[in-house]
Write a protein that binds this ligand. Sequence first.
Ligand code: BGC
Length: 750
Amino acid sequence: MDNHITTYNQLNPAAEARVDALLAQMTLAEKVGQLVQTNPFGPFDRDHYDAQKQTAEENGEPFEYFPKLRHDMEDLLRAGGVGSFLNVTLPKAINHCQRLAVEESRLGIPIMVGSDVIHGYRTIFPIPLAEASTWNPELLEKASRVAAEEASAVGVDWIFAPMVDVARDPRWGRIAEGAGEDPFLGMAMARARVRGFQTTHLASGRRIAACPKHYVGYGAAEAGRDYNTTDFSERTLRDVYLPPFKAAFDAGAGSVMSAFNEISSVPATANPLILRTILRDEWQWPGVVLSDYEAVKELIPHGLAADLREAARLSLLAGLDIEMISDGYHNHLAELVESGEVPLELVDEAVRRVLRLKIAVGLFEKPYVDESLAPKLILRPDFRELALDVAHESMVLLKNDNDLLPLSPQARLAVIGPLANNHKDMLGCWSLHTHPEDVETVLEGLSVYLPDEAWTYVPACPIREDGPLDIAAAVAAAQDADVVLLVLGESADMSGEGHSRTDLGLPGRQQEVVDAVAATGKPIVCVLMSGRPLVIPQLASQADALLCAWHAGIRAGRAVADILFGTVNPSGKLTASWPRSMGQIPTYYSHKNTGRPASEAGTKQFAESFKSVYIDAPNSPLFPFGYGLSYTRFAYSDLHIVQPELGLDDTLTVTATVTNAGERAGAEVVQLYVRDLVGSVTRPVKELKGFQKITLQPGEKRTVSFAVPVSELGFTGLDMRYVVEPGDFKVWIGPDSTSGLEGSFHIKKA
Ligand code: BGC
């Protein structure tokens, strides 16, 4: 892989001089323009659309709608009144607007084009939660690079990803967009994605800047309801929510998107603690802060600002550089400066950061996109191949009683369920333009392995609506088969932004189908597709084998079939716990012990009184963080702590032997966890501090070695500063967050 990564987190003296020269020439209005991000198009115009379509048809050309520009857009661009665009992916339109900015505005400052490319642009990969389940950052780096190639070819130079919000509540639909519940894993994935997006040698000859989001704590939405209020301690902010952002910046990200939520009662978009104190004073980070969609305007319903003018003032003063979509800066910022309510120096600083990014991306040298490139590049065969690799590694085998999987190609199958012959939902919650025709369904995947007469298909019910329900056909098909293959789960629009749920069981009437099919007594394999952890204790007990396939992108069906028939041995592991019941939420492995811990995280603990337990269910999740099975078995032995007494500057080295004790080659994600037993503040019962994905042939064993600098075993202390405290620690190496070999080590006083 190409290792040239562009970084946007360092100052470059030549670029600074260029920024100075530009700033010195800019009027206040031009400065404000750089802080405005908008959509250049006007409202949808049916006649305009129809006319374009007709012309394309008459000329025999592929139809690509080019919406009408907003009536004021050309003048605005000529006046330098716009700095960037949101979600414009039409090279022709981008070049047209860019020409006005570059050739017809006074200073010729190019516009930047930002877009949501969350799990691929046109080559749609599995949703990010699934991608994280690969535990394979190198693979995600490659996938991000493909996304950057395609996005760059349509004129995008700024990708509004990675979404690095730690999410511990699966009701929150946006859990689909991130890496799950853990900050350490989130850091690894954040770094990989930033590197992948910011690879230098893209086919377009242009560059991409990543924009990690949503800064910060958005995943803590109360009760999992999107956009809801959040309330967490500054320690949790620093130890859980901030680290993936810091990792993204250290990997070279030069921009960040502020979140919709509040932090300690001040919405992120106008929050000086996170935007100024942490980003600038503590981290000395020189990047650009962009608001989320209309988040400046939303300070009004938040109750922080009485009107848009005040919202603009509070945001700029707090350290927000660019306003997305709403017009607070456009309408009021110049006047706020003139009245002395906002110091010009702060506006200059914001503009400086924007220009710095534009220079670093290379926009001044290469403002235009080659309009002929995208059709040649998009969905290239090697991109589709990579989407298949990621889909394979993202799927998590949750159960496989009696080694029911892999299936024998001789078995007669009854394929039942609404997601087996489905294209569009495989695309998941974030594909900017929907192209269901790009998708391989599960039925198409199966047909690679089985002749048509070897299986029957019964959809049985819709995904989420009440009816129609065809239980009789499902039961008849099951009775006629050797094995039932259920393909069930959520539709793509049941997760993602604004799509939170209160009931995470199988939607619609799918459980009724399962119950009827289970009553036939036939062996059941269930392929479960979703944008989040589901709450499926009943299904999990009814199915003999359960494969979590997520919304796996354009190669979903092929990837499912390859796993079902054993061409590929599953290796994904969960990155967010799957609760047993809705009432357990939030459930995450890295919880605190409390003063009254349950004596056993097993299934009998609810009998204990006056302990931190439920009276009607265990504390433990149905499937824990880090969990996932394989068609082979891995045995762990010989934990060895090289130096059990460590100084603060030392590195903890722990090794263990992992043996493939089964009969197939397979990949295992070996995980290292620690626990700091006593601290000046309470510490989680376990924290992931290392992982390695290794492939072993049958019978092969490997000594896996982890090196964790002691400096990485710290936390935010009583004084809100990062500290590593001497004392006793436990360490585990194992296959998931609930099992493994255990040892101890000690950190000595300095
Ligand atoms: C989302 C962001 C996204 C933005 C622009 C917002 O509603 O929260 O994740 O980048 O829209 O599309």
